[in-house]
Design a protein around this ligand. Structure first.
Ligand SMILES: [Fe+2]
Ligand SMILES: [Fe+2]
Length: 465
């Protein structure tokens, strides 16, 4: 562990001078990007942050006050496994790849660039949120997520620089040039060009979109390309907190809304009505489903065959790792009707991964519904059908209701304002977003958390303003 190098790392960077120089050249550009596109207005404040200092499951992080530009962004990979093997696909059981397999070089670079692009994109999407934080606790969590997304960018840039030569370095530069929502040079994936300018969006984003990240990283953590697997395994450790922020954040909004429902009209009392929460769920869940890619995909088959991208928990959950001679039954649209179709399993792996994700999201919904029940509300939140509001794959270009029934475009347009956030809904939510910067205080539209961070109380000075 070289914690005190210019770039903290556990990959012996100082022994690879060429790579070290390339990354040290990229570092000031990264810091320029952070200062320009990172959280606005808080760069000089002390924030009580965790910094990765190790990769073990215990004690991998150090907590202290840090100014965000001084955060120690580092390169940390899980330790290599002796005798690592390719865990699935046509090369199952062969030694894991320590270099990029030639025929998959372009495809693999694309996977890494696409993952890498999401990391700075989310920081850009969230850069104004600090100004309207509901509490110092939430402000600190936002910044924790932001600096770690920055570290995830480092993780991907390390792979690009270390394993893809010149075009990898070019791609690393471009990761700092695209901008979320910019019409001329947008981020690669649509969910990462959507504005995330209020805290309900932020919680829904970290619940649903960061959770897509968990499943993509989990599939890549199985990779037979060992440096990628080891990188993603450690990123998942940090990612868990991002989803915690979204999951508990929305749970706290639900709790407060249910409390206000007992007192009277939620809007008049300055809370967020459940219908609006439901619409935000519909919006971010559907955009996040798109991130898994098409239901039927030759790429997914190729990546699996090559041993590059596995299934969720491939090693632990499956005994058969070739995924040949098996079919997957899915529903598609054909001649204007829903029909079932048998697809070779390898071509359906995006859909298999999406299914795992949906199951995980359902658990979140169950937690929020328990909160509503605890507070005596009879209403319940739900996930829309995975066919609803899709822009990628078999269902893009068709319109569905929340139950997944195929409906006409006219009917969808008529109902849209009941199903997805309207301008007015967004303006209403934004109208509630007044900053609460006093220690231990919290905005009216959200309940305080059950506990603080790392044993500190809720009324700790998480950010020194
Ligand atoms: Fe990330
Ligand atoms: Fe994340």
């Amino acid at each position: 562990m070289n914690l005190y190098d210019r770039i903290p790392n556990n990959v012996n960077l100082s022994e690879d001078k060429k790579l070290q120089r390339a990354l040290e050249k990229w570092l000031p550009n990264y810091l320029d990007w952070w200062r320009e596109m990172g959280p606005e207005g808080f760069q000089e404040k002390d924030v009580w942050l965790r910094t990765a200092v190790d990769v073990g499951s215990e004690g991998w992080a150090h907590f202290d006050y840090v100014k965000m530009p001084d955060y120690r962004w580092g390169i940390f990979l899980e330790p290599p496994q002796p005798d690592a093997k390719v865990g699935f696909g046509d090369n199952y059981g062969r030694p894991a790849y320590q270099e990029v397999p030639g025929e998959f070089r372009n495809a693999l670079r694309r996977i890494i660039v696409t993952q890498g692009d999401t990391e700075p994109a989310s920081v850009e999407q969230q850069r104004q949120l600090g100004k309207t934080c509901p509490s110092l606790y939430d402000l600190r969590n936002l910044f924790q997520v932001n600096v770690e997304e920055g570290r995830h960018l480092w993780a991907m840039v390390y792979l690009l620089h270390g394993y893809f030569g010149r075009d990898g370095r070019d791609e690393a530069d471009e990761l700092l040039e695209r901008r979320s929502g910019n019409p001329d040079k947008p981020r690669i994936l649509e969910a990462f060009n959507q504005p995330c300018d209020d805290w309900l969006n932020f919680f829904a984003f970290t619940m649903f979109t960061d959770r897509d990240g968990k499943y993509q990283l989990s599939a890549l953590a199985e990779s037979g390309f060992e440096p990628l697997a080891r990188t993603c395994q450690f990123m998942l450790t940090e990612e868990a907190h991002h989803m915690f922020v979204g999951d508990t954040g929305l749970g706290r909004v639900c709790r407060r809304t249910a409390q206000l429902m007992k007192e009277g009209d939620v809007r008049e009392l300055g809370g967020i009505p459940l219908e609006i929460i439901q619409k935000y769920i519909n919006f971010w869940f559907s955009y996040s489903l798109d991130l898994f890619g098409g239901e039927i995909s030759s790429n997914s088959a190729d990546f699996f065959a090559a041993g590059l991208k596995g299934r969720y928990k491939e090693r632990d959950q499956y005994t058969e790792h070739s995924a040949t001679n098996e079919n997957f039954t899915m529903t598609i649209v054909e001649d204007g009707q829903l029909k079932t179709r048998e697809v070779p399993l390898r071509n359906a792996l995006n859909e298999v991964l999406r299914g795992e994700y949906v199951k995980d999201c359902e658990k979140g919904l169950a937690r929020w519904n328990r909160v509503l029940a605890e507070e005596g509300a009879s209403e319940r939140l739900y996930l829309p059908h995975p066919r609803f509001h899709r822009h990628v794959g078999e269902f893009a270009g068709h319109t569905f209701d929340l139950q997944g029934n195929l409906i006409s475009r006219e009917e969808f347009e008529q109902k849209k304002s009941e199903w997805l956030p309207t301008m007015e809904d967004r303006e209403y939510v934004r109208s509630l977003m007044h900053p609460v910067f006093e220690i231990g205080k919290i905005a009216n539209w959200i309940a305080p958390p059950a506990a603080g961070i790392k044993g500190k109380p809720f009324d700790y000075e998480y950010v020194k303003l």
